[in-house]
Structure formats: C-alpha cells, structure tokens
Design a protein around this ligand. Structure first.
Ligand SMILES: NC(=O)c1ccc[n+]([C@@H]2O[C@H](COP(=O)([O-])OP(=O)(O)OC[C@H]3O[C@@H](n4cnc5c(N)ncnc54)[C@H](OP(=O)(O)O)[C@@H]3O)[C@@H](O)[C@H]2O)c1
Length: 288
C-alpha cells in the first residue's frame, strides 16, 4: 500500500519540491495550504499530481490556528513541517515571523501527538525558534523527530507563486540588477527535499542534519557561471572574495548518503526556471 505523508507549506519554494519528489515516489500527499482555492498558488501542485504516480489531497490550514492540522494529519505515516514565513521585509518581526514559526510548530506537533500511534516520524525544517519548540514538544510526547537545517536554498523554482521568498529574490537580483552581493553558503532545493525524505524513511536517521555545501559562493563565481551559460545576457560582474570552507555537512552525507548537486548546476537550473516562469527578466547584452 502507498505511504502517506503530510506536507505543510506545500505552496512554498521548498514545500513544492518536496511534494513533487513524494509524488514521484508514489506517496499519497496531504498538502496543507492557506488557500486551497487560490488557483495561482496550487495549480503547479495539481499539475504535478496529474503527471506523477502519487496522489495529492489539498487541505486548508493556517499555522496560527490551533488544531488546524488535525484533519490533514489523519492517516499519515510521515509529517513534513516546512511552512513558515521566510522573507526579510516584515512590519513586525514578532507577529510576522516568530509567532507563525513557533506557534505553527507547536500546532503541528500537537496534532502529531494526537495521532502518534500512526505517525512514524516527523521532520521539521528548521528556523532556530521553530526547532527549539519542536524538540521541546517531541520530548514531552515522546515523538520521533528529526530536524533539517538547510543553508541558503537555491535551485529550480516550480511556481510563479514563489516570487516573495528570499531564495527566488536572490537569483532574480543576480539576473536583473547591476550588482551581485553576498557570499552565502548555499544548497540545492532538490537536495534539501531529498534529505527530508531520507530523514523520514531511513530507520537509522536521527537528530539534526545540516544540509549544505561546505564553502560559500562568491559574487564572482555566480557571475562567471551565469555569464558563461547565458552569453547573450547582461549579467553584472561580481567581486572576487575569500570563501573559506565553513560547514561540516558530514552527518548528512554519511548517515543519509546524500550526494550534493554541484553549485554550477544549482545556479544555472534556477536561473533557467526563473526566466521560463517569467519571474526574472534579464537585460540582453548591448551590441558592441
Ligand atoms: N529558503 C531558504 O533559503 C531557507 C533556508 C533555511 C531554512 N528555510 C526554511 O525552509 C522552510 C521553507 O522555506 P521556503 O524558502 O520554501 O519559504 P517560502 O517559499 O516562503 O514558503 C513558505 C511556506 O509557508 C507557508 N506559510 C507561511 N505563513 C503561513 C501561515 N501563517 N500558515 C500556513 N502556512 C504559512 C506559505 O504559504 P502561502 O503560500 O500561503 O504563503 C508557504 O507555503 C521555512 O521553514 C524556512 O524557515 C528556508
């Protein structure tokens, strides 16, 4: 019989990729969204379900509403909690970022606790505040919890709905603006989604997993990779900066057997999807 999994935040950048990979594997996916009738937000998910072996069921749930996840969790062996606001420009950080992260995690895990005889494992995509809350509740109710700590996520987007997020915003700026700034340590969205599924389904998976490349990317690397792939576009020239190795990702590579996508592939595949979706419209290179 097919396995069932709940994915919160299914319309999001990461959530959409996770739903896609679960549908590819034949899962019955219970996807929670705030607006199941918002066609623009869910169309790509229903298209994926039409094309892939798994089954998609949409549920309405807001992180801030107690018991909001009780209905969607019924029958699920795995719970993936990815929903959380993830952007910088907010009016009130407590109300707009911290409350949804902490209260949302508490609401999701309280629903898991009510169904703990069936739920085999819960995977929480972490922000610091959400992770602390998740471990606290898991301890109180003796839940099998794994947390996933991704670094800055880049890679292909699946929907135009993703445009507000930080990840898409970063690449859109690289393609459209006059500068490339920042030296984030990145990880491919496909690898992060894959890590979630491995962390849920491998019996020996436990604890916290940092999902990340080891070295930061530099602005020069981004501009070199994009300019080489899109010679007809005007890509800003990024500065060369020091990028020493920073991250120990060995727990994920050894325990989950995760093999990471190359940085070049991540950057190029993301740029291609943003242009295809009309999210980024770069300038053509002037004729010389
Ligand atoms: N992107 C990164 O670089 C990165 C790095 C580290 C950790 N993370 C974590 O990964 C997770 C996903 O990030 P992402 O980049 O995929 O973010 P995203 O594209 O902004 O997606 C966030 C999702 O959360 C949902 N959401 C937000 N507020 C909600 C609420 N009050 N009730 C119900 N759902 C709500 C959104 O639903 P709507 O469609 O209705 O808005 C959306 O589906 C987050 O937990 C984030 O902290 C991301």
């Amino acid at each position: 019989m097919a396995s069932s999994a709940l994915v919160t935040g299914a319309t999001g950048y990461l959530g959409s990729e996770l739903v896609k990979q679960l549908l590819q594997k034949g899962f019955i996916v219970h996807a929670t969204v705030r607006g199941p009738h918002n066609t623009q937000a869910v169309q790509h998910l229903t298209n994926l379900a039409d094309a892939l072996p798994g089954t998609l069921k949409l549920f309405k749930a807001d992180l801030l509403h107690p018991n909001a996840f009780d209905e969607s969790i019924k029958g699920c062996q795995y719970v993936f909690h990815t929903a959380s606001p993830f952007f910088i420009e907010v009016e009130d950080p407590q109300r707009d970022l911290i409350d949804p992260a902490v209260k949302g995690t508490s609401n999701v895990l309280s629903s898991v606790a009510k169904h703990k005889t069936l739920v085999k494992r819960t995977i929480v995509t972490s922000s610091v505040a959400a992770e602390r809350e998740a471990w606290k509740i898991a301890k109180e109710h003796d839940l099998d919890l794994v947390t996933i700590l991704p670094n800055f996520i880049l890679g292909p987007a699946l929907s135009r709905h993703d445009t507000k997020g930080l990840s898409v915003g970063f690449m859109k700026a690289c393609l459209e603006s006059d500068t490339i700034a920042g030296t984030p340590v990145i990880v491919d969205v496909r690898d992060v989604a894959k890590a979630h599924i491995l962390a849920a389904t491998l019996p020996q998976a436990e604890g916290r997993y940092i999902i990340s490349n080891r070295k930061p990317i530099t602005p020069r690397l981004v501009s070199d990779v994009l300019q080489a792939r899109f010679p007809h576009l005007q890509i800003p020239t990024g500065k060369q900066e020091d990028a020493p190795e920073k991250i120990d990702n060995s727990k994920a590579t050894t325990e989950l057997g995760l093999q990471l996508t190359t940085v070049n592939e991540t950057l190029v595949d993301m740029a291609v999807t943003l242009m295809q979706l009309g999210i980024a419209v770069p300038r053509p290179k002037p004729m010389t």
